[in-house]
Write a protein that binds this ligand. Sequence first.
Ligand SMILES: Cc1ncc(COP(=O)(O)O)c(C=O)c1O
Length: 432
Amino acid sequence: MTSSDRYRAMAERVLPGGAIGTRLNPDGLNMTIASAAGSRITDVDGTEWIDYVGGAGALILGHQHPAVVDAVQRQAARSLHQYAALSDVAVELAAALVDAVPGAERMVFTTTGSEATSYAIRMARAATGRTKILKFEGAFHGNHDYAGIGVSPAGPSAYPAGTAFTDGTPKAVVDTMLIAPYNDLERLRQITDEHGHDVAGIIVEPVQRIISPQPGFLEGLRALADELGAVLIFDEVVTGFRLAYGGAQEYFGVQADLATFGKIVGGGGPGGAVIGSADLVDQSHPNRKGTGGYVYASGTLHGNPIGAAAGLATLALLREPGFYDALAARTCALTHAIATELGKHGQGAIVEHVGSMWQILHTTRSPQQYTDLLDANPAATVAFDIELMRRRINVVPGLRRFVSSAHTDEDFTKTVAAVADACHALEEQDDH
Ligand SMILES: Cc1ncc(COP(=O)(O)O)c(C=O)c1O
């Protein structure tokens, strides 16, 4: 029994399935993390993994970047936590965030990305006096009830009706959400022809998981929201500071009314934000409490100084000229090499990538919407990813992954070799 196995057994006594969240590694691949640095994670048995999970995308600079660690240590010595009080680092982060987001004027802090999407939805409803939120099938916006509709249905949805991805969701909540296929403006138009008068907001992941917007799709959403008088919400929890310093709004040149952030904004610590126009975000002005035009947005950890210090230190490095071009070019080289290897071995898989996000998919063509992923071969993708894990490449099987600025050429060479080796192993399994 390895030390990781022992921790897994200990975890099973107190955590459901012995897991944190939804991730349960397959047998033989228990991994309890002891430390991390740059692109690598070391488990409690001393085994080193090349990491592409990157803290679910939060760690664009890799693990333990010296500038971030230094900022956190200095902040920890000054003040770990305050409640609803301005701190120098929180105010500086807020200013940096609003300045980064195209056209933004104001923001509220959150602790997580989920909290950000829940406030954005609330702001849209409060501002319009309407109820329904249009969301795309297969999009993930976090762990609250509204976000949980139409996330991972087993087949195509009965648009615009969605289903909840978790038990415990009231039907009344399900009924407030309208579900549409991503990248399909025509279908969307049919839905809004019927329900448009009650649409408070349209929430979209500008890149839905690993699916890119078709040319004109985001622009179409912008025009539709304007026509309906609805609030356009870009969920930039992943794409924010990942695709570009100004996020997907800068990358695709389309401006939302509200954008939600998490992950990179907290530099690996607690931190998120809803950022947008003064009209919408000022609904959370404390003086408006009790006036009938007020949106509650507050939390114990909002503007937490540790997360703020980590976020500020991260953003400073992201502003360095050429950062995003270099990261995208390196990801492109990696994914090209992986695709070549998969092609050589007739895996029947493609490698999707946008900026520094990538994923292997067992399909022949780029997916345009959620149902294309169902039509692919997700079981083969998961089996392949598990083979990568056996070769100490840390990925969440079947999920998108991230390149950080800490990944080296050696990491890439080893990753491509692991891909080739995984192909061989699966070929051998097929032969037997
Ligand atoms: C697009 C998107 N929105 C929201 C969330 C929720 O963020 P958090 O896990 O910080 O609550 C996530 C998390 O992965 C996400 O990918």
